[in-house]
Write a protein that binds this ligand. Structure first.
Ligand SMILES: Cc1ncc(COP(=O)(O)O)c(C=O)c1O
Length: 449
């Protein structure tokens, strides 16, 4: 096997720079919550392949299901010949995540595709075109996905974007709470949305309101439960399809199958991908049957969507999440991360906020604790230092000043603790810590670094 540098040089020579490379890590193999690079160095994985590996890397039952299915049927395309794993997975998803009395499900390959199809379905169901989405949102990198995505840096130079997209401020209580209680803030933001129907887009022109109940790329920002309940009422009042994008929040990450369960609000349609497939590319649109059936034959679907092997992986993934109690484990992981981040916040001014639900926890950093100075550079340095010490992790937020944890839910307490200790040390080292205790550095993890 070559060295890390060899592989990175080969990549640089052949893969266009536009495909992001956010760490210097390489990966040759992975198991559970650890990744081994080309040179045999071990990483504790706090990135989970961007929220994909809830069930852990190369989970044995998932791998077995993939192998068995691969030996039996690789592909027909669901448009051409109906196969059981597609139907079984749809049935399973409808059972786990019912959307009203009757639920229907379609399968795709990626989160962006799921969002695209959700919009196409909502448009056909309502006969309307407009879609309202939010600042800070991330919905993928296809053209419609990018049009719905907020962060300018993700889409620079890629326009023109899809029309009839209206962007509204996400109810970010930390950023815009103005000292209001969360409920009072939610009421103010719902009033602001009603105002947008007067000055931005008419409610009866809207096919859909699309929101991440907890923003992922946007910095792990939960929308207040009261706001989501208000959205439900507004959508019912105006015949708007309410779409929740659960691509990053999904499959146990927040301690429930869906993050919307925390708010007790049911969408008309929801979108899923990432951790649903245990590492294989698969996505779903789940929705109320009458809305899902409004899409005319041939307007939704695709060659590979719901490939048999990916369906087998997803079915096995759901089995493992259930059998091994990983939703409960998400709560435990979240509590441990939150405790460590909160302790750090008490010691250093740079940590301005600690937030999230279940195991979807992040901290937002500011230079010298000044909320007008997002600590993007500091976060970049911390992440690079953690990677160099064997902890793979990611930033988030439009300003890049959020550190998020997306570890597999199978991570051991020891690995979690070790990874967090290194992360905390690297933040504190740069933070000009108030009352720093002058800790000694935790020994390196890696075998041969
Ligand atoms: C909330 C959300 N929606 C959609 C997507 C796009 O998913 P994919 O990259 O699989 O197209 C992402 C990816 O990060 C996401 O976080």
């Amino acid at each position: 096997m070559g060295t890390n540098d060899d592989l990175l040089a080969r990549r640089a020579a052949i893969v266009p720079q536009g495909v992001p490379r956010v760490t210097a890590a390489t990966a040759a193999s992975a198991s559970g919550a650890t990744i081994t690079d080309m040179e045999g160095n071990l990483f504790i994985d706090f990135a989970g392949g961007i929220g994909v590996m809830n069930v852990g890397h190369c989970q044995a039952d998932v791998v077995r299901a993939i192998q068995a299915q691969a030996a039996k049927l690789l592909h027909t395309c669901i448009h051409v010949a109906t196969y059981e794993p597609y139907v079984a997975l749809c049935e399973r998803l409808a059972g786990l995540l019912p959307h009203g009395e009757r639920t229907k499900v379609m399968l795709l390959n990626s989160g962006a595709e799921a969002v695209e199809n959700a919009v196409k379905i909502a448009r056909q169901a309502t006969g309307r075109q407009a879609v309202l989405c939010y600042t800070g949102a991330f919905h993928g990198r296809t053209l419609l996905g990018m049009s719905l995505t907020s962060k300018v840096g993700y889409k620079a130079g890629c326009g023109p974007f899809a029309p009839e997209i209206y962007r509204h401020p996400f109810p970010n209580h930390f950023q815009a709470g103005d000292g209001l209680s969360e409920d009072a803030f939610a009421d103010r933001e719902l009033a602001r949305l009603r105002q947008a129907f007067v000055d931005t887009v008419a409610a009866d022109a809207l096919a859909a309101i699309l929101i991440e109940p907890v923003q992922g790329e946007g910095g792990f920002v939960p929308a207040p439960a009261r706001y989501l309940r208000g959205l439900r009422e507004i959508c019912d009042e105006h015949g708007i399809v309410l779409v929740f994008d659960e691509v990053q929040t999904g499959f146990g990450r927040t301690g429930r199958w869906a993050s919307y369960e925390h708010a007790g609000v049911l969408p008309d349609i929801s979108t899923w991908a990432k951790s649903m497939g245990g590492g294989l590319p698969i996505a779903a649109v789940i929705g109320r049957a009458n809305i899902m059936d409004a899409a005319r034959p041939g307007t939704i679907g695709g060659t590979f969507g719901g490939n048999p092997v990916a369906c087998a992986a997803a079915l096995a993934t759901i089995d493992v999440l259930e059998r091994d109690g990983l939703l409960g484990r998400a709560e435990e992981i979240g509590a441990q991360v939150r405790r460590r981040f909160e302790e750090l916040r008490r010691r250093t001014a740079v940590v301005g906020d600690v937030r999230g639900i279940g195991a979807m926890v992040a901290m937002e950093l500011f230079e010298d604790g000044d909320r007008r100075r997002p600590a993007r550079t500091l976060v970049g340095e911390v992440i690079a230092a953690c990677v160099a010490r064997g902890v793979l992790l990611l930033s988030a937020g439009p300003l890049g000043n959020v550190i998020r944890i997306l570890s597999p839910l199978t991570i051991s307490d020891a690995d979690l603790d070790r990874g967090l200790t290194i992360l905390v040390e690297e933040v504190e080292r740069r933070a000009g810590a108030r009352g720093s205790r002058g800790q000694t550095q935790t020994p390196e993890l890696t075998t041969k670094r």
